[in-house]
Write a protein that binds this ligand. Structure first.
Ligand code: GLP
Length: 251
C-alpha cells in the first residue's frame, strides 16, 4: 500500500495531528506498545501529550514504550542523551511505568550487547502498535543512515558527517556530537503495525519527496516505508514542497 499523506499548514498543526493520533491509540488500547522518536521535530508532540495527560486525564500507566535509538559515548545522564531527552519532555511529566519504558541500555552494557538485548526485548514484547519517526536530511530514520539494509536489526552504527553536522545544533560544539549510536534497524521499524513519520520545514523536503515517491533504495532509508502496509507521512507545507511533481501523477 502506498504511503498516505497528510499535509498540514504548519509545524503546530502537523504536531497536533500526530499527538491526536497517539491520544486516540492510547484511549482505544491503553496497553499499547508505542515506538518513540527524538530530535527537534517531535518536541511539540510530546508537549501536547503532556497537556492531554494534565488537562484531559490521558493515562500512560499501562503503555509500553520503545525509543528508536540512543547515542553512544555520552557520559551517563548527559543532557543530550535520548534517555534524558525523553525524561525531560515526556516521561517525567506523565504517569508512565518506568519499568515499561525502554531505550537501548548503553550505560549498562557494551554497545553490541545493548543492541542485541534491545532487539531481543522488542521481539519478546511483540510488535510496536504505533511507531513515531522523524527523518534526517539524508533520509535516515532512527539512526539508519544511507546504506542501511532492508533486513537490518538493532545494531551499533556510525553516524554520517551530514548527521553529525545537522545534530551539532543541539550540542555546544560539533566535536561534542557522538560519532556512533545504537539504533533499531529497518526491519525492526517495519515490523510496527502502524508508522507515522512527522517532518516539518524545508530542509526535509528533498528527503521526504525521495522517500515518498522515489525508488525504494538504501540510499534513502525512509523509502523502505513504501513497503510498509500502514505508513503515513504527516508534513507541513514546507516539508511537502518537493512532492508536487510526484503527486501530479498520483490518482
Ligand atoms: C536524529 C534522530 C532521528 C531524527 C532525526 C531528525 O538524528 N536519530 O530519529 O528523526 O535525526 O532530527 P530533527 O527532528 O532534530 O531534525
Amino acid at each position: 500500500m502506498p504511503i498516505r499523506l497528510h499535509v498540514m499548514k504548519n509545524h503546530e498543526e502537523a504536531s497536533r495531528h500526530v499527538a491526536e493520533m497517539f491520544q486516540q491509540t492510547i484511549r482505544e488500547a491503553p496497553a499499547s506498545v508505542l515506538g518513540l522518536a527524538t530530535g527537534g521535530t517531535p518536541e511539540r508532540v510530546y508537549e501536547l501529550l503532556c497537556q492531554f495527560h494534565r488537562e484531559d486525564g490521558l493515562s500512560f500507566s499501562d503503555l509500553t514504550t520503545f525509543n528508536l535509538d540512543e547515542y553512544l559515548g555520552l557520559p551517563a545522564g548527559h543532557d543530550q542523551s535520548y534517555r534524558s531527552y525523553m525524561t525531560e519532555r515526556l516521561f517525567g511529566h506523565v504517569d508512565v511505568n518506568p519499568d515499561r519504558v525502554h531505550l537501548p541500555r548503553v550505560d549498562d552494557f557494551p554497545p553490541d550487547e545493548a543492541a542485541r538485548q534491545y532487539e531481543a526485548l522488542l521481539q519478546q514484547t511483540g510488535h510496536v502498535d504505533l511507531q513515531l519517526l522523524g527523518i534526517g536530511t539524508n533520509g535516515h530514520i532512527g539512526f539508519n543512515e544511507p546504506g542501511s539494509a532492508r533486513d537490518s536489526v538493532t545494531r551499533v552504527v556510525d553516524l554520517t558527517e551530514e548527521t553529525i553536522r545537522s545534530n551539532s545544533r543541539y550540542f555546544e560544539d560539533e566535536s561534542d556530537v557522538p560519532r556512533r549510536a545504537v539504533t533499531m534497524g529497518i526491519a525492526t521499524i517495519l515490523k510496527a503495525k502502524r508508522v507515522v513519520l512527522l517532518a516539518t520545514g524545508g530542509s526535509k523536503s528533498r528527503a521526504v519527496a525521495e522517500a515518498f515517491g522515489g525508488p525504494i533504495t538504501d540510499a534513502n532509508p525512509a523509502s523502505f516505508l513504501q513497503e510498509h502496509g500502514d505508513a503515513v507521512f504527516v508534513l507541513d507545507e514546507a516539508a511537502a514542497d518537493g512532492l508536487a511533481g510526484i503527486l501530479h501523477g498520483v490518482p
